[in-house]
Design a protein around this ligand. Sequence first.
Ligand code: 6PG
Length: 233
Amino acid sequence: MTASDLRHVDDVPRAAAELFEEVMRASVEARGRFVVTLSGGSTPLPCYRQLASRRGLPWRHTWVTWGDERFVPHDHPDSNAGAARKALLDSVPVPEAQVLAWPYLETPEASAELHAARLREALGGEPVFDLSLLGLGADGHTASLFPGTGSALRDELTLSVRPSVTAQARLSLSAPALSRSRVVAFLVEGEGKRTALEATLAGEGDLDRYPARAISALERLWVLTDLPDLSAA
Ligand code: 6PG
């Protein structure tokens, strides 16, 4: 993530929905399907709701998973899958077999292991995504790769982590797994994220402190933000 990846927009959810549709159509045109990892958190929800109201999108050729999940049942108010189903998936015709939510098993480890197997079965041994949407926490975390946990340095396909700062254990794709996305789009909205974004942009390395620095893309990485005047690196 560098300053050249920044794209200043007035409306982050709308810009994200435009990018989503652009990559979706291009992916289906080129390869017959669109594979996307959705982000959790609150920032992307208006984007998901806008996508739900768009017409003529190739949802039947779409595969959906999540970059991370809280270790809770899908009907729990904190579930990323539950939030995205309510905002988007309940309103569009993605075949249920093509929605790969993180399973909620006895342990986070078991959930991560089964999710990896399902991803590999559906997408191949080293899954490649067409688009990954990601957020940025005020502490610099992205997906469930939290600073100081070592998770941004791990390279398994799926991780189960127990950050001290979260209410629940977390499940996450690793940085290398997320980076096997043709396009990555960080959605960073509001002054509360300025410090984290400027610190992440200010250098390279120190990935455990700045996990978002561990994310790259196969073709293009965007940072969609409404923050003006970001301090240069
Ligand atoms: C999650 C997300 C997480 C999120 C950031 C930003 O499960 O919460 O994956 O990484 O993207 O915490 O969250 P907001 O968009 O709510 O600020």
